[in-house]
Design a protein around this ligand. Structure first.
Ligand code: ADP
Ligand code: MG
Length: 436
């Protein structure tokens, strides 16, 4: 039970007369457990003792008259009316240290293998974002190693970006590339609600040994209880905060925020919240900024964050996509039509923006991108005409120019999975397109 700072609890029990009143399970309704006879706070971990005296961890999620509502951080199996419940006086923590490198953790931040994190600092899963006035401003570029991003959607160190895509258009592959090639000290990768097979695929295929060396993976697969999936996102953020406090350049990647929102919806509905937009409860929309505001700059280090958003049926206006777009400082859209043309990474440049780009890149770079965007958009408008041979060369200067440059621009945008371009080379490549 390393996610509870047991030393601290014991100390507190000795020092104060914190009343450890016992309670009993009254009812189990759906995913919730109603307990009589304890006093506890929201987020407090409680231990439930089953008939065999094994403990089941649970968390306080609400109240009902004088009773406390718990949700288990594991399976409900074995819980019956009359089981003993003991509040611990502690909220969830994750033990952080350099030992975490290369490790795969569960949603509560515990290593999935038998290894133990021997020493470390406990970081609270739920904390406040850095003080807005103490945050350093974003002024440096962070190179991701992916040309289309570094060239057209340059990200700043400490920026928070959404990656919007349907399933199977290359989210995991792109995140894997960023993990391998970006200039970061640490990658914290959080996989929420994926299938078990996808997690293995991602770790072995997309990250590989090279990517894993400076990475920490937190995963809460779809079969895990909603509360654990939710905690996974907070645990990963807390680990990223630990390294940021040490002055490190951290990249946090979360795949996906949509599944995080779905987990919160499940918890919300279970404790009786009313469903609002598309069945999402109001707490979902309160939770999203609370999670994502924690990334970014602090006075010590930085967390540059990439959050993926699933857009089912390529509906970019569904409520989660909408809410996330409003919170973040940029979005990268992956398009199925590009993927189907074998254009990878399938980034739809014209529909993507990095809101901070203009503040952090050189003028020449900005001018090149602005021209290239113009040409891409001109070409797109006339593409149908060009393809059926209806466009007569010479009838429009801009279209002629777009035809001249389109292959060159697409060659720049396409990138093989094992190909790494650093930021200087990306800027040079972009320059070279228009020199010819
Ligand atoms: N940069 C790329 N180069 C070549 N193929 C890619 C690239 N990105 C994605 N793909 C192809 O798309 C498939 C699905 O990508 P994946 O990253 O698993 O999608 P998602 O995570 O969005 O479901 C991959 O198996 C691969 O064949
Ligand atoms: Mg994937």
């Amino acid at each position: 039970m390393d996610f509870l700072n047991l030393q601290l609890i014991n100390k507190r029990v000795k020092q104060t007369n914190y009343s450890y009143r016992e309670g009993v399970v009254k009812k189990v309704i759906g995913l919730t457990i109603e307990v009589e006879g304890i006093r506890a706070f929201i987020g407090e971990v409680c231990l439930i003792y089953n008939e065999r005296n094994d403990t089941i961890n649970s968390e306080v999620v609400g109240f009902k008259e004088d009773n406390v509502i718990l949700m288990p951080l594991g399976e409900l199996v074995g819980i019956a009316p009359g089981c003993k419940v003991v509040p611990t006086g502690e909220a969830l923590n994750v033990k952080c240290s350099e030992e975490l490198f290369g490790k795969i953790l569960d949603g509560l931040g515990q290593p999935l293998t038998d290894e133990e994190i021997i020493s470390g600092l406990y970081y609270k899963l739920d904390t406040e974002p850095p003080d807005p006035l103490k945050r350093r401003r974003i002024k440096d570029v962070i190179s991701t190693g992916v040309r289309a991003i570094d060239g057209f959607l340059t990200c700043g160190e400490g920026q928070r970006i959404g990656i919007f895509a349907g399933s199977g258009v290359g989210k995991s592959t792109t995140l894997g590339m960023i993990a391998k090639y970006a200039e970061a000290d640490v990658n914290v990768i959080c996989l929420i609600g994926e299938r078990g097979r996808e997690v293995r695929d991602f770790i072995e295929k997309d990250l590989g040994k090279e990517g894993m060396k400076k990475s920490i993976v937190v995963c809460a697969t779809s079969d895990k209880p909603a509360l654990v999936r939710l905690k996974g996102a907070f645990a990963a953020t807390a680990i990223a905060e630990y390294f940021r406090d040490k002055g490190k350049k951290v990249i946090l990647m979360m795949d996906s925020v949509t599944r995080f929102a779905m987990a919160q919806r499940e918890v919300g509905l279970a404790i009786g919240e009313p469903p609002a937009t598309k069945g999402y409860t109001p707490s979902v929309f309160a939770m999203l900024p609370r999670l994502m505001e924690r990334a970014g700059m602090s006075d010590k280090g930085s967390i540059t964050a990439f959050y993926t958003v699933l857009v089912d049926g390529d509906d970019f206006n569904e409520p989660i996509a909408d809410a996330v777009r409003g919170i973040l400082d940029g979005h990268i859209v992956l398009s199925r039509s590009l993927a189907s043309k074998n254009h990878y990474p399938a980034i739809d440049i014209l529909n993507s923006v990095s809101r901070l780009m203009t503040e952090i890149v050189e003028k020449q770079h900005k001018d090149n991108v602005s021209l290239a965007r113009d040409l891409l958009s001109t070409y797109k408008d006339s593409e149908d005409l060009i393809n059926i041979g209806a466009y007569v060369s010479g009838s429009n200067k801009k279209v002629d120019m777009s035809i001249k440059y389109i292959d060159e621009i697409n060659r720049f945008l396409r990138q093989k999975i094992d190909e790494h371009t650093n930021f200087e080379d990306t800027v040079k490549c972009l320059n070279n397109i228009f020199k010819k």
